[in-house]
Design a protein around this ligand. Structure first.
Ligand code: FAD
Length: 375
């Protein structure tokens, strides 16, 4: 990737979101000499890949694994020096042995997230946590070129403003529309963005004293409140969790009563349903559990046009828009967002280089004119 020497306004970028998209963009651009500011509304990095400590290990709040076909993701892991932590396992899906191996990092995906964070901060970038982007507006610069003002709100309600030449938004398209009222985006494009819809997701992660099944992945019967049972320990081994990790995951409409139920009540419902499959499982077998609600979990409707660059110097990098840049069948996987992040960063680096060359040309022109005046 092209190295850009200095860090003037032309090489400033504000990235909204510190999930895999935001961190990948942040790492690429920080390494290419950009001054990177990342704004994240949560208190820690990772987005959908966020993790917590369970026993002696870090574990994702939502179940994640790698596939051998995740070329861009595996190449990112290599670049970040964590490829040798990937272990590949045989697995059983819904009662059948799969011919595909599933991969998991020794130490969980936290090793990828923290090495991305490390590279960003080592290159002078910074990440503001617990800070929500409330508005994105255009910035008028002295030379008339485009820039953006990102207005943020901190948890103590104070406001904070970041000015940058480039902006990358990695939240959902709907959130983007809600924070970008002042931008000159045609109304029909805004309507299309509002229609890039996502399903919300509900997931319970529990640590049980005893294993429930040998199967890694199991579809839950239709009458259950969740869709899938992912038996992390059956897939990736016991590790240092101090028990067997099981995820119960599913889609859930935000208008569904379940969405607003308390975590304890969701856990009771899910556990009662799980016991119908595994009657020997007792409540006293569960050492710990955690409910995770995800508003924008799975993109379900993709636009027919490319919306990743709706305004000059502004990019949207989100799973709902991966279809155009990756030329892949759209899927809710990490690999396409890593590809999209790479493509957006290459465009930004090329634009910055072009504008640097333009400035150099103008400077040379001015010098020639000055010299001509002296002759
Ligand atoms: C249950 C589940 C299981 C999955 N399992 C797999 C798997 O096994 N393999 C796989 O390849 N993929 C899997 N995925 C998909 C994978 O998690 C995503 O593709 C990937 O994590 C998307 O990363 P992202 O950075 O684009 O989005 P996100 O992780 O959603 O990051 C966006 C970030 O932006 C922040 N943000 C949004 N709006 C604002 C704002 N206004 N101000 C500040 N910050 C903001 C959010 O807080 C968030 O941190 C799974 C997804 C789910 C839901």
């Amino acid at each position: 990737m092209t190295e850009i020497a200095d860090t003037s306004f032309d090489k400033t970028v504000c990235i909204v979101g510190s999930g895999l998209s935001g961190l990948t963009c942040g790492m690429r651009l920080a390494k290419a000499g950009f001054r990177v500011s990342i704004v994240e509304e949560l208190a820690s990095p990772g987005g959908l890949l966020a993790y917590t400590r369970i026993g002696r290990e870090y574990l994702e709040l939502l179940p994640h694994h790698l596939r051998k076909s995740d070329k861009a993701l595996l190449s990112l892991a290599r670049e970040m020096g964590v490829e040798d932590k990937i272990q590949w396992f045989d697995s059983t899906w819904s009662g059948r042995a799969s011919h595909r191996k599933v991969g998991y990092f020794d130490g969980g995906f936290s090793c990828l997230v923290s090495s991305l964070m490390q590279d960003i901060t080592d290159c002078g970038g910074h990440v503001l946590f617990s800070t929500t982007v409330a508005e994105i507006s255009e910035l008028s610069t002295e030379d008339g070129s485009k820039g953006y003002r990102t207005s943020c709100i901190l948890t103590n309600s104070t406001r904070y403003v970041i000015d940058s030449r480039y902006l990358i938004f990695t939240g959902s398209c709907r959130t983007f529309v809600n924070v970008s009222h002042g931008l000159p985006i045609p109304i029909d494009l805004r309507d299309i963005m509002m229609n890039v819809t996502y399903k919300a997701g509900l997931s319970v992660m529990m640590v049980s004293k005893k294993p429930v099944s040998e199967m890694f992945f199991q579809h839950a019967p239709d009458f259950m409140p969740f869709d899938n049972i992912i038996n992390h320990t059956a897939g990736f081994g016991e590790r240092g969790y101090g028990g067997n990790v099981i995820y119960l995951t599913g889609r859930c409409s935000t208008t569904d009563d379940l969405w607003i139920e308390s975590d304890a009540s969701i856990m009771t419902r899910y556990f009662t349903a799980l016991r119908k499959l595994y009657p020997s499982l007792r409540k006293s077998d569960i050492k710990s559990w955690r409910v995770t609600k995800t508003r924008y979990a799975l993109s379900e409707r993709y636009p027919d046009i490319d919306l990743t660059n709706p305004c000059e110097n502004l990019f949207i990098c989100t799973s709902g828009l991966t279809r155009y840049q990756t030329q892949d069948v759209p899927v809710n996987h990490m690999d396409p967002v890593v590809q999209l992040a790479g493509s957006i960063c290459s465009q930004i680096i090329a634009k910055a280089k072009e504008s640097e060359e333009q400035h150099e040309k103008e400077d040379t022109q001015t010098e020639i004119t000055d010299l001509a005046g002296l002759v």
